[in-house]
Design a protein around this ligand. Sequence first.
Ligand SMILES: [Mg+2]
Length: 377
Amino acid sequence: MSDADQKITGFDLWYLSLPVVSARDHGIGRVDGACEVVVLRLTSEGGETGWGEASPWVVFTGSPEATYAALDRYIRPLVLGRKVGDREKIMLDADRAVAHCTEAKAALDTALLDLAGHISKQPIHQLLGGKCRDAIPLSVSLANPDFAQDRALLDRLREDGVRIVKLKTGFRDHAFDVMRLETLAQDYPEFAVRVDYNQGLDPEDALARVRDVATFRPDFIEQPVRAPLYDLMAQIREAIDVPLLADESVFGPEDMSRALREGICDGVSIKLMKSGGFARAQSVATMAASHGIGAYGGDMFEAGIAHLAGTHLIAATQAIDLGCEFYQARYYLAEDILETPFPCDGGHVQVPDAPGLGIRPDLDKLNHYCISRGRAA
Ligand SMILES: [Mg+2]
């Protein structure tokens, strides 16, 4: 029996509540207390395991409860008994079995690749075609409603060699955003600054506020208005001379196609949690690149498994060329769930070369933070 013929015999879920170190405000939503993520473990008949993580944000992609149900009730039966090598077909079946729930499908795709990687002893980036880069510039988001705490974080980032920050804006008044941009320019000039509204602006004053922020010459301004407002995104893009990025407006290739047609952005945030898997994420990147549009590796409120999945995606996708923001494992969670720290060094995420994702989750931590565990197969 070849490795790819091995059957999947185990499907286990952990619903985790992971404490965070501070509140964060992001345009249309707040995170405080804890993040909730769902972790999936697939087991092959040979006893190998593959892990995946679903990291929803309820105001953005969906709820953790829906994610858990999608995996537990609708995806589990179509995975058990299937061959490890049937990833493409399994993903198609998952897409048909449950609408949306892209985070659940991202977790499934990650676990299938991690399992195949451990069986074949290859890193996921190798299974995706090989890596184009060994390290990925890290951007850390500033979203603390208490800016004094973000200043302390900036000092730590400076020491750690991080040189890109993304300022979350639009959750309070415009003066607060301007004050923080002025502080960054004056006191932290070594940082490249990106701005992300997370859909936080009202249509009436969005253009005026974005125009004003553009005078600070950030690298880009991201998603100032609600996701469906494509016309307004296009108008804002037309009115400013700083690149405009789409995040919430573009989940998968279908959205990217429309975004390109309607000219709403100069760049796009690519996330496995939005695309629902690696192939669709790579399609978005390829479509963007074919129009000369840049892409970066965004994330949700993730733990280390999802960060690793994104790291392999970017390592193997040349077109995702604006770095990544996989900072939560190190800078936001009170404790991550990996056996060894998520690999960041000198302001870059280091791409692992060990089989699969490259680092395993720590089972003790999973059980410690678990508030509900799926039934064993
Ligand atoms: Mg964003």
